[in-house]
Design a protein around this ligand. Structure first.
Ligand code: GLC
Length: 573
């Protein structure tokens, strides 16, 4: 039933030039060509880390597979992404990075750097992270903490600017927090859980500093963050890729930290799906929003973290066992996601015509989804060209909402096939007003209202329609959109979005989120000077200026993981 129907001719970016284009003409180029140009330097080191593919690591697969893997391995050339990141951290200026293209940077860039530096948090004299928001006008809640997920764009900005130390400090400090004993009431959490956030406590009497962390025991709703551990692995790989310094990831404590995170999410149980079962609010959307079950954000981050771990784990006795489990899980996960989470016009029409109450292996409607559960809005929202990974799939329940983070990470991790990646970008272009509007970018679409809002959010006054997590617009998502645009060879889309953001972000003092159908209003309870809005903007800017930064956060498709997809030349029904 679930097959991908993509018009292979509908690739707007197919170009024949195979030269590296000057930046001004860059948007005319196919990004893959850019990736092909070897730029460096410390190639051997990069190679040992990134060349490992699923085919090389096909332990546990059938002997037929293994032989084939060896064959492929011997003739293997570098993955394009092996070349695209200089391992030598390049500093483009301390406070105000200079433009590599010779153009003056936007005046906002200098302001953003200053604001980002003001958000630095120090522990015993060393910078270890950035505070979530520097807004003194509002009650702090927990915005005075360093959030693991929020630090990712900050860390990337520093890496891109040739300042890797803070990222290293952050990785090592959070690793120490992971080893704490974590209890919520009388219940002990898994050893591998990474904190949602931490803060530095100054004791003026004893004149010392300590760290305190929150693993969900103080969070609203008491949910442990599932995404933190994944982001930690993703950032460790970005650090390694950007600096060429493999020694951090090779530390026994980093290897152990990764294994602990992986133990939590690879454990076997009652699951019949390879996706990860989660509680509501365990990720960026950290309160009740109907994202329990198998939310796309977590599944995409899970996939990305598994692929990063595969590149970072040592092939020692302990590492090998995990590598084997990761390889198997990646195969199953990509198949499941690409088949069952994918929605385009053809698939939508199939669901619309589903028979229900089928039994046995021949069932087409495997999860017994009722066509009546299709929401009205989806029929207009779905463009002729385009598609996306839907929010959630579980028995008799498909959440058809579009979520930004999960779809962008699906592109960056190559969970999405190249055709699916193109389709996701096509959809963003055709639904520009809905998803970008007057401020990029919607965290999800559409908002829930009235009865649905009452039931699903539990009457949450912060998550009213078109606000906060319920269809609000979050500037931080700009970096993810930009990275996805660069990877799919569509930088002009990111440029358009950035221009919109630049008309307001600084003037509005870098709000956390915007409200309204078009994102016209500063969010009702949005913090100002929200660090990830600032860092997200900087990362987007730097990535557009120097697309080779993409290598830190993107992984090419593993050719051995080809999905079982049927292609058709037509989108028509
Ligand atoms: C809010 C967001 C969460 C973020 C935190 C700190 O709780 O929902 O994603 O990490 O603020 O900025």
């Amino acid at each position: 039933m679930y097959t991908l129907n993509v018009d292979v001719n509908h690739n707007k970016n197919m170009k024949t030039e195979d030269i590296l284009c000057p930046l001004a003409e860059y948007e005319e180029c196919d990004f893959s060509k850019l990736l092909e140009k070897p730029r460096l330097l410390n190639i051997d080191r990069q190679r040992s880390l990134d060349e490992r593919s699923l085919s090389e690591l096909s332990i546990g697969l059938s002997p037929r597979h293994s032989n084939r893997a060896t064959e492929l391995n011997s003739s293997r050339v570098f993955e394009p992404l092996d070349f695209i990141c200089s391992p030598v951290g390049r500093r483009s200026g301390f406070n105000t990075p200079r433009s590599h293209t010779g153009f003056d940077p936007h005046p906002m860039v200098a302001e953003a750097w200053e604001a980002l530096r003001r958000s630095l948090v120090y522990f015993r004299g060393q910078p270890v992270g950035t505070i979530a928001a520097l807004d003194n006008s509002e009650e702090n809640l927990n915005y005075d903490q360093v959030f693991v997920r929020d630090f990712v764009p900050s860390g990337l900005a520093f890496l891109m600017n040739g300042e890797p130390e803070i990222v290293k400090n952050f990785i090592l400090k959070t690793l120490r927090l992971q080893s704490w004993e974590k209890k919520i009431d009388r219940f002990q959490l898994g050893e591998g859980v990474m904190p949602a956030s931490f803060k530095v406590l100054h004791d003026p009497v004893r004149n010392n500093e300590t760290l305190i962390a929150d693993f969900g025991e103080s969070a609203i709703g008491r949910v442990a963050p599932v995404d933190s551990g994944f982001w930690w692995i993703i950032l460790l790989r970005a650090y390694t890729k950007s600096t060429g310094d493999t020694s951090l990831a090779e530390l026994p404590e980093c290897q152990k930290g990764m294994r602990l995170i992986l133990s939590l999410c690879l454990s076997e149980g009652f699951d019949t799906f390879p996706t990860l079962l989660c509680a509501d609010g365990c990720c960026m959307i950290d309160r009740r929003m109907g994202v329990y079950g198998y939310p796309i954000e977590i599944q995409a981050l899970f996939f990305m973290a598994l692929r990063c771990a595969l590149l970072l784990l040592k092939q020692d006795d302990e590492g090998k066992e995990f590598i084997e489990r990761i390889v198997k899980r990646l195969h199953a996960l990509s198949y499941h996601m690409r088949s069952y989470f994918w929605l385009d016009l053809k698939q939508l029409n199939d669901i619309y015509r589903f028979k229900t109450e089928e039994y046995s292996h021949t069932a087409v409607n495997k999860f017994n989804v009722m066509p009546d559960s299709l929401p009205e809005w989806i029929f207009d929202f779905m463009p002729v060209h385009g598609g996306y990974f839907i929010g959630n799939v579980s028995p008799a329940r498909m959440d058809f909402r579009w979520f930004c983070l999960g779809n962008c990470i699906a592109i960056l991790s190559s969970l999405a096939t190249p055709e699916q990646s193109t389709a996701i970008m096509d959809l963003i272009e055709s639904r520009w007003e809905e998803l970008v509007g007057e401020m990029p970018l919607k965290v999800c679409y559409p908002a829930m209202e009235t009865h649905e809002w009452r039931i699903i959010t539990g009457c949450d006054p912060k998550n009213t329609r078109w606000s906060y997590h319920n269809g609000g617009s979050w500037p931080v998502l700009l970096w993810l959109l930009t990275a996805a645009c660069v990877k799919t060879g569509r930088p002009q889309i990111a440029r358009r979005a950035l221009e919109i953001a630049e008309t307001r972000l600084l003037k509005d003092h870098w709000p956390e989120y915007y409200d309204g159908k078009l994102g016209r209003y500063i969010g009702k309870q949005a913090r100002k000077a929200q660090t990830w809005s600032i860092a997200g903007y900087l990362v987007a800017k730097m990535m557009l200026e120097d697309p080779s930064h993409l290598g830190m956060v993107a992984i090419e498709e593993d050719k051995q993981m080809k999905p079982l997809l049927r292609r058709s030349n037509s989108w028509t029904l």
